[in-house]
Design a protein around this ligand. Structure first.
Ligand code: CLF
Ligand code: SF4
Length: 528
């Protein structure tokens, strides 16, 4: 595998985005939303008015299928599926499946019985845990007995938990009946190509029907099985999400075609994730110098896909044994040793009552945000600022508000703001700045590089030192909207920015690119 040095330009991708939009408009019109042109993620960030009730019921408390839900509801994975039937160049067996996880070893592989016990233990401690996923560390369907034994037991013992699995798709067509039998309503297929010529650069071999295939032939079989499996799931009413790993120079532009093809076959969501390829992970890509995308390259491909299959932009590439809200990892609280000591009380009524309360809170927050936004931005034209569109980074602890200290952030949410809207477009992991009560200045350059494409960072509070460093880097630290709803704060800051530009007090400059943090993501706790 060669190290790739040719990249598709953002301009090329924008042309591609237009082409996809035109094609999709003339195709089936499968997205059942009222969002219309320009709505980027009608599946991931939509509400009950955007889709049929039965679909809403499936997504409303699934943290991966609903952007809003992921702030309120948790998921867990059980690592019961160690084997895999293909080889991806971004995977090293010693590490989690890159399809669905960060590159860190799974702490404990589980038997189905251990997995069921763990799920019930987590369910009794974390009532807002609504989804159980099997996402490796190998491929869930290359381990059908373990996967379905786990699912069968859970369908009986924990009927309120949504069942979810992730697969490379090779074995999928053979398992659709089993998937439906246990009411597994959510299936993720990792599809990185729809052209075997692209696929052979990603997959050195597959093992299919007791035989090993390599090269183009292997990629062709995999592609055909993935498409067939997706069509079969769609026909059976299973919600499918497609994960694609963006590999610069290999499949970046090609993912626009992937988006189009999976939408045609009924995929509900498309999650385009950055390749993680640090040399120390020992993957083929890591060892041959294949780099991952920059933040702007990732965004350019995602933007180019707008108008096609709905986009998921809040994936945290979590590990195969993750527990908790997306972006946090509580798996250490539920090791087998600790579970043995726990009193496990799976109380269905209590869980339901708790979840109803969470859902009420979510709706109240949603409504409060809608109300706050109704007069957020005076649309009077400020000469010369009509076309401005910028990114802002936001430090938040949840509840949809700007409510986190700069020094406590382990990730920033990124919003794209223009005169009409503030749109969530992703998140950036950073190293914690505040270490035990004092600022760690060595972390600042890495934080700046992670949000370097942003014009401002919205925080509840920020110290003098990082404030000066951010300003020097051309990123405006903003703390006057503390505890305000994020979209409202972003729009108000943007109105102020436009005024300053229009009055000549400030000159608008385009920002540069930003770096996606590589390496293991840790669910680090902010130091208070
Ligand atoms: Fe797990 Fe995947 Fe189900 Fe979610 S994760 S099996 S759909 S319950 Fe979610 Fe994690 Fe991203 Fe996967 S954030 S890596 S998309
Ligand atoms: Fe690794 Fe997952 Fe690919 Fe299998 S499907 S090789 S476990 S990334």
């Amino acid at each position: 595998m060669s190290s790739t040095t040719t990249f598709v330009s953002i301009g090329d991708l924008r042309k591609g985005r237009q082409a996809v939009s035109e094609l999709v408009e003339t195709a089936s019109g499968g997205c059942s939303t009222t969002g219309g042109a320009g709505k980027s993620s009608c599946g991931s960030s939509a509400g009950p008015d955007d889709m049929p009730q039965e679909i809403w019921d499936k997504v409303k408390n699934h943290p991966c299928y609903s952007e809003e839900a992921h702030h309120h509801f948790a998921r867990m994975h059980v690592a019961v599926a160690p084997a895999c039937n293909i080889q991806c160049n971004y995977c090293n067996r010693k590490y989690d499946c890159s399809n669905e996880s960060r590159p860190g070893v799974v702490s404990q592989k589980l038997t189905p019985d251990q997995a069921v016990k763990k799920v019930l233990a987590v369910a009794s401690e974390i009532p807002q845990m609504t989804v159980l996923g099997i996402a490796g560390p190998g491929d869930s369907l290359a381990n059908p007995k373990k996967t379905f034994d786990t699912m069968r037991q859970l369908a009986e013992k924990a009927p309120d938990i949504k069942l979810c699995l992730s697969t490379n798709g090779l074995a999928l067509p053979d398992q659709v009946d089993e998937i439906c039998k246990y009411n597994i309503d959510h299936v993720t297929i990792t599809i990185n190509m729809v052209d075997p010529a692209v696929g052979e650069k990603i997959y050195p071999w597959i093992f299919y029907n007791h035989k090993r295939y390599t090269g183009y032939e292997a990629a062709k079989i995999l592609h055909e099985r993935q498409m067939l499996g997706l069509e079969m799931l769609t026909a059976r009413g299973v919600l499918t999400k497609i994960n694609s790993v963006l590999i610069p120079g290999v499949n970046d532009e090609h993912l626009i075609e992937v988006n189009r093809e999976v939408k045609k076959r009924g995929a509900f969501l498309h999650n385009i994730m950055p390749l993680i390829s640090e040399p120390e992970h020992g993957t083929v890509f890591g060892l041959t110098g294949q780099r991952g995308p920059t933040a702007q390259e990732l965004k350019a491909v995602q933007d180019a896909c707008m108008g096609g299959a709905n986009l998921m932009r809040h994936c945290r590439q979590c590990r195969a044994d993750a527990v908790g809200l997306l972006g946090e990892d509580r798996s250490e609280e539920f090791t087998l040793d600790k579970i043995e000591q726990m009193e496990i009380v799976y109380d269905l009524d209590k869980r339901r009552a708790y979840q109803e309360k969470v859902e009420e809170e979510r709706q109240a927050q949603h409504q409060a945000k809608v109300n706050a936004l109704s007069n957020a931005f005076d649309a009077s034209l400020l000469a010369g600022t009509e076309e401005l569109r910028v990114l802002v980074a936001v430090a938040t602890e949840g509840h949809g508000r700007v409510n986190q200290h700069f020094g406590h952030a382990t990730e920033f949410q990124i919003f794209e703001v223009d005169r009409r809207q503030a749109l969530f477009v992703g998140h950036r992991r950073v190293d914690l700045y505040c270490q035990g009560g004092y600022g760690e200045d060595e972390q600042l350059p890495s934080i700046v590089s992670a949000i370097n494409d942003c014009h401002a960072v919205l925080v509840s509070k920020i110290g003098a030192c990082p404030r000066d460093e951010l300003k020097a880097a051309g990123i405006e630290p903003v703390d006057q909207y503390a505890h305000e709803f994020i979209e409202k704060a972003a729009l108000q800051w943007f109105a102020d920015y436009c005024e300053r530009v229009a009055s000549g007090a400030l000159q608008h400059h385009e920002r540069g690119d930003a770096r996606i943090r590589q390496g293991a993501f840790t669910g680090g706790q902010a130091v208070a």
